[in-house]
Design a protein around this ligand. Structure first.
Ligand code: SF4
Length: 461
């Protein structure tokens, strides 16, 4: 295998790979692993579909609309196949794992289907296709972590990078397809994770995000099955690499955010004070139906504990509106919990029944679409109020910001994120990406903070 940073695709790479990635950060990280595997087989990545010899669509199956979008994209790819019969089109990721060969039946242009644990097999599958067959590998694994494969950093800003530390999920939340599309939990060895982080730092990256479906249940085991490194210990190992290497992590299950994790975050200034805390609902009966293993009272107790140990911690969440049999009163429990928690931001969705899940097998998807939508809109209104109030409270305060690049709106402004993951925009002056700056916040919107740099942070002093 090559050195850590596979930005350097082998000169011998002559064929073009085009990857389109949907869904979560884990899928982005997986596409970088796939690009690395393909680079070893002489493929370099292209941003132009028309120049591709191979097109991969790395898919998400978390909600119905995620899948319908992919069906639309595949239709749009038909002309490319017609104009270039040698073009190979593959579907990867959670939709590939969920639907398997059904994809081939429904869409003729697809040549290969590869599940999230079978990416090492891609070169062999491509050979099968080149010999005229359709190729499929959707075997899930209990070991696969792609630990020693060096990701090709796709569309990287050169400052922040993802490191996937574990795969799969053992929490059988009744609405979720992930355990079926990504299999059982398994963790990478901590040494390979720390090495990858150290080499990213050496190459100039200033922030790593540790990724997993449920990072807090990370556990490195010895041959006897004893835990030799848990998530808090891994966080500490990565934080000790360098004081100016920021460490973030996502996604957590609330039940696994231990006091040990909170106190480790408190101990290191470079472990960012932001926790993604997906509640999904605020009502205890609905949470039980969702098999979330906690209730309203426990959520409040845990949120208070986070704010007690980390007073200035940013907290974000996921919320589903209109889950099976949810009543209006139970929906109001979610609204009340949001008012209690004051999340900095949230990912908010309507319940989308996923075939094969426990909920689909046991509960009727009985909340009318217009009621799901009305409840979602109420949730969004409350979240916007909270985000606006919390961002306004930052006016007049100073945030330490890691510069990620130019603002999407203007080359005169730079963008970066605060310790608690708020987006901060400010005039560029002579500052550049990869630097840490102290920004005095002068204005706020519901999604961003605006200010001016008052100081360049120098970690050597
Ligand atoms: S924790 Fe629950 S919602 Fe999250 S990936 Fe696992 S099963 Fe899905």
């Amino acid at each position: 295998m090559r050195g850590v940073l596979a930005d350097t695709i082998p000169e011998t790479a002559t064929r073009n790979l085009y990857i389109e990635t949907y869904g979560c950060a884990m899928n982005l990280a997986d596409s970088e692993v796939v690009a690395s595997i393909m680079a070893d087989k002489g493929f370099k990545t292209t941003q132009e579909m028309k120049d591709a010899d191979v097109i991969f669509v790395n898919t998400c199956a978390i909600r119905d609309n995620a899948e319908s979008h992919v069906w639309g994209r595949l239709k749009e790819m038909r002309p490319y196949k017609r104009s270039n019969p040698g073009l190979i089109i593959g579907v990867l990721g959670c939709m590939a794992e969920r639907l398997k060969t059904q994809l081939l039946e429904k869409e003729q242009i697809i040549d290969l289907i590869v599940g999230p644990d079978a990416y090492r097999d891609i070169p062999q599958l491509i050979t099968q296709v080149e010999e005229g067959q359709k190729a499929v590998n959707v075997l899930l694994s209990r070991e696969e972590t792609y630990a020693e494969i060096t990701p090709v950093r796709l569309s990287s800003n050169g400052v922040t990078a993802f490191i996937s530390i574990m795969r799969g999920c053992d929490n059988m939340c009744s609405f979720c397809v992930v355990p079926f599309t990504r299999g059982r939990e398994r963790s990478r060895d901590s040494e390979s994770i720390v090495n990858e982080a150290r080499e990213l730092y050496t190459a100039g990256y200033k922030e790593v995000s540790l990724l997993g479906q449920n990072v807090d249940s990370y556990k490195e085991l010895d041959l006897e099955g004893n835990i030799i490194c848990n998530f808090a210990q891994l966080l500490e190992k990565v934080a000790l690499i360098a004081p100016d290497l920021r460490v973030r992590f996502s996604s957590s299950h609330p039940k696994d955010i231990t006091d040990e994790v909170l106190f480790t975050m408190k101990k290191y200034t470079n472990i960012c004070k932001h926790i993604h805390f997906p509640i999904q609902s605020g009502n205890s009966r609905v949470l039980a139906l969702m098999n979330r293993t906690y209730d309203n009272a426990w959520l409040k107790m845990r949120l208070e504990r986070i704010k007690e140990v980390l007073p200035n911690c940013g907290i974000s969440t996921d919320i589903i509106s209109g889950f099976c049999t949810e009543t209006e009163e139970e929906h109001q429990d979610t609204i009340e919990l949001m008012r209690f928690a004051k999340f900095n931001f949230a990912f908010m969705y309507q319940y989308s029944e996923r075939p094969g899940t426990l909920a689909a097998r046991r509960y009727a998807d009985d909340i009318p679409a217009e009621v799901k939508l009305k409840r979602l809109q109420e949730i969004i209104v409350v979240q916007h109020e909270n985000s606006m109030a919390l961002n306004n409270a930052e006016i007049g305060k100073v945030q330490t910001v890691l510069i990620e690049g130019f603002s999407k709106r203007s080359e005169n402004d730079l963008r970066g994120r605060s310790d608690k993951s708020a987006l901060v925009l400010f005039p560029a002056e002579n500052y550049k990406k990869g630097q840490y700056v102290k920004v005095l916040i002068e204005r706020a919107s519901q999604t961003s903070l605006f200010g001016k740099v008052i100081e360049l942070v120098d970690f050597n002093n």
